[in-house]
Ligand binder design. Structure first.
Ligand code: NAP
Length: 246
């Protein structure tokens, strides 16, 4: 039993930056061939790919919007045809458009739900085609501690992250007998572009481990959930928050 992912093909959505980029690097470091998905930041995704290759890993950049069913279908079909299989999907792409309930705009609601929840569903749908054929696969959904506990001003974002937990548990039950394991990770506060507006110093004192999380902290949990070490774990939510939510 080990962390090695040799000969496995992984797709990490939203891997041009932040947590997704760290997960892509982590999986590639363990031997997986990684499709580094981006939406708007193509140059950043190509830089992640170059960095992976410079460290002896294998990767390519793939651009698509996770909420675009046809684009996801085409990309996953192409990957499966070229590599013969897709073994790992990390649904990491996400956006936050936070506001108090009465200030929330309808368009923002739709965008957050389309990207965070529908996007994960679409990617799981198309990845599972390949996984079902080979009777093996791992799907990891990046949720959030606010999906477990809620947060004032984040009603829609939190609802999508709670929705991802329902998706995780349902797919785990549906796909377990076919060798596909589905789990979620709920990060706490992680230092990325998404959290750049948060007053980190004010919150740090509430975190038992005494520091804000780093993207690599989430990548470690993702690597574990993709590896043989988690072969009997499915339908679970691993909280990676330095003890904040404990
Ligand atoms: P980030 O730095 O803002 O990066 C977001 C990533 O998602 C980018 O790579 C972006 O791609 C991609 N993305 C956005 N919309 C997309 C779409 N429609 N299709 C494909 N990709 C899309 O965010 P992060 O902090 O790393 O967050 C990653 C995940 O962790 C998110 O699901 C987030 O909700 C979750 N999370 C974050 C924290 C935190 O404190 N940071 C805490 C809990 C959970 P482009 O840049 O190419 O557009």
């Amino acid at each position: 039993m080990n962390l090695a992912l040799d000969d496995q093909v992984a797709v990490v959505t939203g891997a041009s930056r932040g947590i997704g980029a760290a997960i892509a690097r982590g999986l590639a470091g363990a031997g997986a061939y990684v499709a580094v998905n981006y939406h708007t930041h193509a140059a950043e995704a190509h830089a992640v790919v170059e960095d992976i290759r410079a460290h002896g890993g294998q990767a390519e950049a793939v651009g698509f919007d996770v909420s675009d069913d046809q684009a996801v279908k085409d990309c996953f079909k192409d990957l499966a045809q070229r590599h013969g299989h897709i073994d790992i999907l990390v649904n990491n792409a996400g956006i936050a458009k936070d506001n108090l309930l009465l200030r929330f705009k309808g368009d923002d609601f739709d965008q957050v739900v389309q990207t965070n929840l529908k996007g994960a569903f679409i990617c799981a749908f198309h990845a599972s085609r390949s996984m079902l054929k080979q009777h093996r696969g791992r799907i990891i959904n990046i949720s959030s501690v606010v999906g477990l506990g809620g947060n004032a001003g984040q009603a829609v974002y939190a609802a999508t992250k709670a929705g991802l937990i329902g998706l995780t548990k349902s797919l785990a039950k549906e796909l377990g007998s076919r060798g596909i394991l589905v789990n979620a990770i709920a990060p706490g506060l992680i230092e990325t572009d998404m959290s750049s507006g948060v007053d980190m110093k004010a919150l740090e004192g509430n975190i038992p481990l005494g520091r804000i999380g780093r993207p690599q902290d989430v990548a470690g949990a993702a690597l574990f959930l993709c590896s043989d070490l988690s072969a009997y774990i499915t339908g679970q939510v691993i909280i990676v928050d330095g003890g904040l939510y404990a």
